[in-house]
Design a protein around this ligand. Structure first.
Ligand SMILES: Cc1cc2nc3c(=O)[nH]c(=O)nc-3n(C[C@H](O)[C@H](O)[C@H](O)COP(=O)(O)OP(=O)(O)OC[C@H]3O[C@@H](n4cnc5c(N)ncnc54)[C@H](O)[C@@H]3O)c2cc1C
Length: 374
């Protein structure tokens, strides 16, 4: 069997991006997907991702960003975050932050397909038939997502904190135009986000991510369309007008998780295989794509005599990524805990805190810069 420099195992967005990035460095890359059924599922992903500047920079260098059709990427110019009492509100605007946009919202299925197209023309990437198993390589990069079986077989422990919450995602058409505004409601204990999406029908579409306690999520999933739409209208207070379902609802269990080791001699973890955060901050994929950038840089800057699978080299990557990943996990978890406390005193404090932050431009600027990845 042919020998490769790197075998990327798992062909989600992180795995595909890594294969393309390393091939651009002239490395011979094998890409091992899970199978045709997984590829089909990925192309039909209902989610839309909020991507930051680091992720977009990577997709630009891979020539994927410009190939995305205009309806598959929408700039966010304003963001409205609501607490669970009057006055609890923070507004962010690209204009105030002196950036072109706060984030881009990207259609997950279209992004997967464009990465697939780019791989077809990438000269140094070989797609491996999953039935043949992983070919020999100097480095095995595991991008198998949060349930990575190969990671588990290596004896790596994933410390998991299941939230007992489920995220419901779908697409909506709103009575009001989205005006490039993203909305988020912290409704103690659920968190609801509406992400603006342009579609061929015009700027009236949103991608929904609504995370709720498991039993409540099951109730909402079981509702007929009209009942679900009414629940949405109640939860959003009519801020975007009536919201109509434009796609089926899909659901994901939510957790905070981190692998106890990110690398060893000849192997390394990236993306959700290494870390999983709550989607309320829209940062899971951004963290995974930042892993790709960091690993590619560590490889590019290695000493000429250092082998690709050298654990010392891989530890440089793991060290670089540990702090930002830990911080993002803490921020999302902290926000969730803060908004799950029912005591009236805590409720008043958190909403006053939001209103205070809203009146402090330097803190808002700092918060926004963390989110946009600038
Ligand atoms: C509702 C929701 C909304 C989200 N919104 C955002 C957002 O706005 N912004 C953001 O940055 N992040 C967001 N995320 C997080 C984001 O979805 C994940 O962080 C991202 O998909 C992780 O990508 P990945 O490639 O690491 O893993 P995955 O997408 O899970 O891909 C793993 C791949 O590996 C394959 N695989 C599995 N096992 C094997 C095996 N044994 N051999 C070979 N292949 C295998 C799978 O088939 C799959 O193709 C959201 C998550 C959820 C649940």
């Amino acid at each position: 069997m042919e020998n490769f420099d790197v075998c990327v195992r798992g062909a989600g967005i992180v795995g595909k991006s890594l294969a393309l990035t390393l091939a651009r460095q002239g490395l011979r890359v094998a890409l091992l997907p899970e199978g045709a059924a997984a590829a089909q599922r990925a192309g039909e992903d209902i989610r839309a991702y909020a991507l930051n500047a680091v992720s977009i920079g990577l997709l630009e260098r891979l020539k994927v960003w410009d190939s995305l059709p205009a309806q598959a990427k929408t700039a966010v110019h304003d963001m409205r975050v609501h607490g669970d009492a009057a006055g609890g509100e923070i507004d962010f605007s690209a204009w105030q932050q002196r950036v072109g946009e706060l984030a881009w919202i990207v259609d997950a299925g279209v992004l997967e397909r464009r990465l697939e197209d780019a791989l077809r023309y990438a000269p140094h990437v070989t797609a491996i038939d999953p039935a043949r198993g992983a070919p020999p390589s100097m480095l095995l990069a595991l991008c198998e997502g949060k349930a990575s079986a190969t990671r588990d077989a290596l004896g790596v422990t994933m410390a998991r904190n299941a939230y007992g919450h489920t995220a419901i995602a779908t697409r909506l058409v709103a009575a009001e135009a989205h005006r490039n505004t993203a909305w988020q409601w912290f409704r103690a204990p659920d968190v609801l986000a509406l992400l603006p999406l342009d579609t061929p029908q015009g700027g009236h579409s949103f991608a929904l991510v609504w995370s709720l306690p498991d039993d409540r999520a099951q109730e909402l999933l079981a509702l007929a369309d009209a009942g679900f739409e009414q629940a949405l209208l109640d939860a959003t207070g009519g801020a975007c007008g009536a919201l109509r379902l434009a796609a089926p609802r899909a659901a994901w269990p939510l957790m905070l998780a981190t692998a106890d080791r990110w690398c060893g001699e000849g192997w390394v973890l990236l993306g959700d295989a290494a870390h999983v955060v709550h989607p309320l901050s829209g940062q899971g994929l951004n963290l995974g794509l930042a892993d790709v950038v960091a690993l590619a840089q560590a490889i590019e800057e290695r000493e000429p005599w250092r082998a690709l699978g050298d654990e010392k080299l891989l530890r440089r990557y793991a060290r670089e990524r540990a702090a930002p990943t830990w911080a993002m996990g803490r921020v999302t978890d902290g926000l969730l805990q803060l908004f799950s406390r029912p005591e009236p005193a805590v409720q008043e404090l958190r909403n006053r805190g939001m209103s205070l932050v809203n009146r402090l431009p330097p803190i808002k600027r700092w918060l926004a810069s963390r989110a946009v990845g600038s």
